[in-house]
Design a protein around this ligand. Structure first.
Ligand code: AHN
Ligand code: ZN
Length: 331
């Protein structure tokens, strides 16, 4: 008798386990199936490291050129179309740099689209470094630049495996981070030269997207993404959608429901000049003095400060938002 009970108990246990691991099918838009949209943070991390391994990607450097080829190869591999948009960046110090925005698209024929962006250049100086000797050297920009690009390449890889209903454009802006050194005031818009070019010269005539999401500094440990000021002003609905999704997925520790200062970043020009509502998922910190993550614009912004858990949180939230969008004819 004991033996029979034992066998029964084991059987019940096994069938119980099976039921628990059965995939949950997504039935309606509000129910989120956490298991269905994988994002591989190891892969995203490898894409971040591939960029920093080239060295600082400052304008017209060898590392910059090599990285452009790498990014173009990846977007060509994963997207339906990929193009380079060349332009000349005119900088605060009177230089002229040959620069490139790099753009990959999924289903370019679809009208309903989301624009995803990040900058791929890294800063030419470490003007926030505590060591004056290091301040004139360029930085790896593992978090400031490479993290957003790494997340978006992994995202592209996933979107090729599992097509979303809407079209997607991924744009890697060049020459974002060649702004004036801290403490210098030179009249003009010297940050975000790639997005300023693209918004005034879109890669396709009459280009439109329903909305945009910019990633900047999305790889540090315990990153906090607050409601950045221009995102609230120009795209509050998108902000609510993304932060709401993050909270439902259990990433409320990264995506904080708190207001933060506006930042002149690529999304500002996309909002202001292209009139596409775009939010910025950006690591802001009131307590660091710079307003950003602790190693911002220092030599310590290198691969060692990149945390896969943060890449995972951002990647999962983006995938969930993207797969949650339906083309209007299917709604
Ligand atoms: C300003 O500090 C005005 N904008 C910061 C934009 C930026 C620099 N994002 C990354 N690096
Ligand atoms: Zn920067």
């Amino acid at each position: 008798m004991r033996k029979i009970f034992g066998v029964l108990a084991v059987l019940l246990f096994i069938t119980g386990c099976e039921q628990k691991t059965k995939p949950i099918v997504k039935k309606d838009k509000d129910k989120i199936d956490v298991a269905s949209h994988p994002f591989d943070a190891d892969s995203a991390f490898a894409y971040v490291k591939a960029q920093t391994d080239f060295g600082p990607r400052t304008p017209e450097s060898e590392a910059h050129e090599a990285c452009a080829n790498f990014l173009m190869t990846k977007l060509t591999q994963f997207c339906d179309t990929a193009i380079v948009q060349p332009f000349v960046a005119k900088t605060y110090d009177g230089k002229r740099f040959n620069s490139q925005n790099i753009i990959g698209s999924f289903a370019p024929e679809k009208e309903n689209r989301i624009l995803l962006g990040a900058h791929w250049d890294s800063r030419h100086i470490a003007d926030m470094d505590s060591d004056p000797e290091k301040r004139n050297l360029p930085i790896d920009g593992a978090n400031d630049g490479a993290s957003g690009v790494g997340v978006l390449i992994e995202l592209a890889r996933q979107l090729q495996i599992n097509s979303p209903e809407i079209g997607i454009d991924i744009i890697f802006f060049d020459a974002e981070d060649y702004g004036t050194p801290s403490g210098e005031n030179i009249d003009g818009d010297w940050w975000c030269l790639g997005s300023q070019h693209w918004t005034t010269h879109p890669h396709r005539e009459n280009y439109r997207a329903d909305y945009g999401i910019l990633l900047d500094m999305v790889g540090a440990t315990d990153a906090k993404f607050s409601h950045e000021g221009f995102s609230i002003f120009y795209a509050s609905q998108i902000l609510s959608k993304v932060w709401g999704t993050a909270n439902r997925l259990g990433y409320g520790n990264y995506f904080i429901n708190q207001r933060a200062n506006p930042i002149t970043d690529d999304h500002y020009y996309v909002n202001k000049l292209a009139h596409i509502p775009m939010i910025n998922i950006v690591h802001q910190d009131k307590n660091t003095g710079t307003g950003f993550f602790p190693h911002w614009h220092t030599q310590n912004d290198n691969i060692h400060i990149i945390d896969k858990n943060t890449l995972q949180a951002v990647g999962k939230v983006l995938l969930e938002v993207i797969y949650g969008e339906q083309a209007p004819e299917n709604q």
